[in-house]
Design a protein around this ligand. Structure first.
Ligand code: DGJ
Length: 344
């Protein structure tokens, strides 16, 4: 009896050792971006990082993301529009200093398995997490889309942490300025003021809402933009004093043509500039959907568009498209490249 137990223990230990060796053997150092291809982390494990955003803090990039894993299913409530789902697991964080190689830092805001009434319960929606660092309060503030499984709740959620690596403490969710909120992003301006951009009014019209100085809630001033244009997946950046936006149309997980816009003031007027994508599949955002645009540190004028290539039938196999932004006389473009590097 004892011998069989020992044998099992030995076989188990060998299996763990073999798995470790396999993982170590497959971990490679990346030196370029390859949009749409499987991207492994520093452990050699495929990166699982959807709808995410980047925070640059103390010379480190942090990538906060939706985890998409497990079986993809289509709840009855979402059947009419193909709103497939996987169970919510939480928000992962990855860190990197070179943007090519990412270390998994763990699940910094885990979903809850035991409380069906909680907003972070596994059957509910937690999407598009974005984190800001508040210099005054020294807090890391996460904003995210919180929803019921059928997307009827339409809330923005907030969580905070003292460390970029979490854990984050869930504060709660609400409708900003009393308005519906689904796809969203946050943008911090050079003066430290931060704004929530969110698809509102049944996704028909976007709202831009100033946040309080601690970034924890709306300050009460907001503007309605792109009225009736049905835009979601907003990503915002600023270059040479101008504000730029990229967003998608509203077609569920299916890709569509990206929209772009420019403004001299964050409060508008925002002028639409059309589809900025150039190259194969430009009419469907390279088969992706925008999630974030960020400035590369120490490379003035260098911005990267992050997009999700959703796999509606197997959401866990959704991929990432990272491409550089190029500026034109009137606005910006994003050109497809199968692989690319940041210039030295
Ligand atoms: C499109 C949104 O941009 C995604 O974040 C997600 O909410 C899907 N719709 C759900 O179908």
């Amino acid at each position: 009896m004892k011998t069989i137990k020992n044998q099992r223990l030995y076989v188990g230990m060998m299996a763990v050792a073999l798995m470790t060796v396999t993982v170590l053997a497959t971990s490679v150092s990346h030196t370029e971006f390859k949009p749409g291809e499987i991207w492994t982390d520093t452990n050699g494990v495929p990166i699982n990082a959807h709808g995410g955003g980047i925070l640059y803090y103390n010379k480190v990039y942090y990538w906060y993301v939706e985890i998409k894993t497990g079986k993809t299913r289509l709840p009855e409530s979402n059947r009419s529009w193909g709103g497939t789902r996987v169970e919510t697991v939480g928000v992962s964080c990855y860190s990197s200093q070179d943007l090519y190689n990412w270390k998994y830092e763990g699940n910094v805001l885990p979903a809850l398995q035991d409380d069906p009434n909680h907003e972070l319960y596994i059957s509910k929606v937690l999407e598009r997490p974005k984190v800001l660092y508040n210099r005054a309060t020294k807090q890391f503030v996460m904003w995210m889309h919180i929803d019921s499984q059928d997307y009827a709740l339409a809330h923005a959620g907030v969580a905070t942490s003292d460390s970029p690596k979490g854990p984050f403490r869930y504060v709660g969710s609400f409708r900003p300025d009393g308005a519906m909120s689904r796809d969203m992003t946050v943008f911090m301006d050079e003066d430290g003021k931060a704004y929530l951009f969110h698809a509102s009014e049944d996704n028909a019209t976007m709202h831009i809402s100033l946040l309080t100085d601690d970034y924890l809630k709306p300050a009460g001033r907001f503007v309605r933009v792109f009225e009736g244009r049905s835009m979601e997946a907003p990503a915002v950046f600023k270059h040479q004093g101008r504000y730029y936006l990229i967003a998608s149309g509203c077609t569920g997980w299916a890709p569509n043509a990206a929209r772009s816009a420019v403004a001299e003031s964050i409060w508008g007027p925002w002028k639409e500039l059309g589809n900025p994508c150039r190259g194969p599949d430009e009419e469907v955002t390279f088969r992706g959907q925008s999630t974030y645009i960020f400035a590369v540190a120490d490379k003035p004028g260098t911005f990267i568009l992050m997009a999700d290539r959703w796999n509606q039938k197997d959401l866990s196999d959704s991929r990432y498209i990272w491409l550089p932004v190029t500026f034109t006389d009137n606005g910006f473009e994003v050109h497809w490249q199968a692989s690319w590097r940041l210039e030295n």
